[in-house]
Design a protein. Structure first.
Length: 113
């Protein structure tokens, strides 16, 4: 999952709201040999409807689904998906990497004469 290069630090200055997925278009990328997805969403900011591109895709997404987003109050088309999946995956992979590193470290100590 990719969120356009933005990270969690940006969320502090962004406002949270709910958006609706209005379309999902897929195109085949011959270079990566995979499908690329364009997810269009709409949401309201102070009574004005905003339509923009999400910049990420998950298999659980479908047209009409409501999702959480963060938007920049100065430019509401500047958004970050409020996905809970990515932090869980990152923490899990980080924890596994640390445990493997610790195990390898202690195995190396035991192998030393």
């Amino acid at each position: 999952m990719y969120s356009g290069g933005k990270n969690v630090r940006n969320r502090a200055s962004f406002e949270q709201t709910t958006a609706e997925i209005i379309s999902i278009e897929s195109t085949y990328d011959t270079v990566t040999d995979s499908d690329d997805y364009h997810v269009a969403i709409k949401f309201n900011v102070e009574g004005k409807e905003i339509e923009t591109s999400l910049g990420e895709y998950e298999n659980s997404m479908y047209e009409g689904k409501e999702i959480g987003i963060y938007y920049n109050p100065d430019d509401p088309t500047d958004i970050i998906a409020a996905s809970k999946t990515m932090p869980i995956v990152t923490i899990t992979l980080g924890t596994i990497s640390i445990l493997v590193g610790i195990i390898l470290f202690f195995r190396g100590l035991r192998a030393m004469p």
